[in-house]
Design a protein around this ligand. Sequence first.
Ligand code: 9YT
Length: 162
Amino acid sequence: MIVRTLDEIAGTDGEVRSENWTSRRFLLKRDGMGFSMHDTVIHANTETHMWYAHHLEAVYCIEGEGEIEVVDTGEVHPIRAGTLYALDQHDKHCLRAHTRMRMVCVFNPPLTGSEVHDENGIYPLEEDEPRQATAWRWPRRSPSPTGPRNDRRNVSHGFSDE
Ligand code: 9YT
C-alpha cells in the first residue's frame, strides 16, 4: 500500500512549478497504478492553454473558481469546487482561474514526473523502455535418447530456463 501526504511531497522533485500552476504529484508512473494523480494549484488571474494530445486527463476542482473553454467549439464552462471536467477527446482547452484554484488531476497514461508543457501545451508521451528483441525465444526442442514421451523438454511452458 502507498500512503503519502502533501507535506511529504512539498519541496521535493514531486512538486513541479510552472508559471501558472504548481503541481504536487502524489502518484506517478513508477508507482505502477496505471494512472498518475496530482494535486494542482492554479494561480489566480491566470489563463493556461493546454492540449494533452497523448493523455486523457480528468480534473476535479476542490477549491476556487474559474472557467474552461473548449478551444475548437468556443464552449465555456464555469468551474468551481465540486465540478469535474474530463478531457476524453484530447480537447484543446484554456483554463482561466478567477481565483486560486485547487484541482485533483488524474492522467492516463500516467506522467513519469519529468514532463513539461511544450509550446503547444502538450506533454510528450514517455515511451516504455524498448523491449529487447532477444529477451525471450521459443525453447529449442532437441531429440531425446529416451524418445519424445519421456522428454520433458517437449513439455515446455515457454520459460527460458526449462
Ligand atoms: C489543470 C491542469 O491541467 N493544470 C496543468 C498541470 C497538470 N494538471 C499537472 O501536470 O499536474
